[in-house]
Design a protein around this ligand. Structure first.
Ligand SMILES: NC(=O)c1ccc[n+]([C@@H]2O[C@H](COP(=O)([O-])OP(=O)(O)OC[C@H]3O[C@@H](n4cnc5c(N)ncnc54)[C@H](OP(=O)(O)O)[C@@H]3O)[C@@H](O)[C@H]2O)c1
Length: 258
């Protein structure tokens, strides 16, 4: 009986391994997670590190990024640069060695902005971070990617459902939808996809905002909030599936339809 259970466990582990790594994976390159010190990026870094993959996670500050990398352990290391100052990105990424298997662009600096009370400084920082910063990261890492590499951009469903103060967030996440297509063509055969979460209930950004969460839940057809686990599972699918390319995937329990 014990031997049977062990065999079953081994079989399950094998299935998970194939799902994660893909049947044709050979050498294991680096997974770069930009915006990996917190929230969903950190959760993805944790999952890849747990599976023994070399991970470089980034944030604005090298010490903080290295500290988070140390907490996650495994083959994780940290790297610091400010995406809103794109001229500094090349130096920040210079130490990353080829091959790079996956690049995740998850960073965000939230900007509360509306056209009537417009903060130019905040808008410029967020627009630069996602539109120029994400592109510059890929420009710098492109020579280190290989034919089976993949890229994942994070947008968000503020692109479909604006809220008061979302002027810049809605604009940049809308732009992510189109960036995916140009990057997928330009970087081919590297695959490029984007994920657009709804409100992620257990993310650091939202977990303490009970009123907002109750409202979102009541308007979500699944009757539950999106979780970090839901988003990271979808992210891994987009990163690992060898034929999914140029996709903008909503992960929202159907909230956007309501
Ligand atoms: N959470 C949600 O409910 C939700 C919903 C829709 C879409 N999204 C999208 O999902 C992604 C992750 O969101 P999250 O809530 O998990 O993020 P988060 O917890 O706020 O973490 C943001 C990350 O971005 C980094 N970062 C911030 N400003 C930066 C800059 N100027 N340069 C470089 N790195 C910078 C932060 O690092 P440091 O602080 O260490 O610098 C941190 O690692 C974002 O792109 C967001 O638009 C999230």
């Amino acid at each position: 009986m014990a031997a049977t259970l062990t065999r079953r466990k081994r079989a399950v582990h094998h299935c998970l391994t194939v799902h994660w790594y893909g049947a044709r994976r050979m050498a294991e390159g680096t997974v770069v997670i930009v915006g990996g010190t917190a929230g969903i990026g950190r959760e993805l870094a944790r999952q890849y590190a747990e599976r023994g993959r070399p991970v470089v996670l980034t944030g604005r500050d090298y010490e903080r990024a290295s500290g988070v990398a140390g907490e996650l352990g495994g083959g994780c290391s940290g790297c610091g640069f400010d995406l809103a100052v794109p001229e500094t990105i090349a130096a920040g990424l210079a130490g990353i060695e080829a091959p790079v298997d996956h690049v995740v662009l998850a960073a965000i600096e939230r900007d509360q902005n509306s056209v009537r009370e417009y903060d130019i400084g905040g808008a410029i920082r967020l627009a630069t971070l996602k539109l120029v910063g994400y592109a510059e990261v890929l420009h710098q890492l492109a020579p280190k990617l290989h034919d089976h590499s993949s890229v994942l951009l994070f947008g968000g469903l503020a692109k479909e459902k604006p809220y008061p103060g979302s002027t810049t967030v809605t604009s940049v996440n809308g732009a992510v939808e189109t960036m995916v297509r140009t990057f997928a063509i330009e970087l081919a055969p590297v695959r490029v996809n984007a994920i657009h979460p709804g409100i992620v209930g257990d993310s650091p950004q939202w977990k303490d905002k009970a009123e907002v969460l109750a409202n979102v839940k009541s308007k979500t057809p699944t009757g539950r909030l999106v979780t970090m686990a839901d988003v990271s599972a979808a992210a891994v699918f987009l990163l690992e599936n060898g034929s999914v390319n140029g996709i903008n995937l909503a992960v929202d329990g159907g909230w956007v339809m309501m």
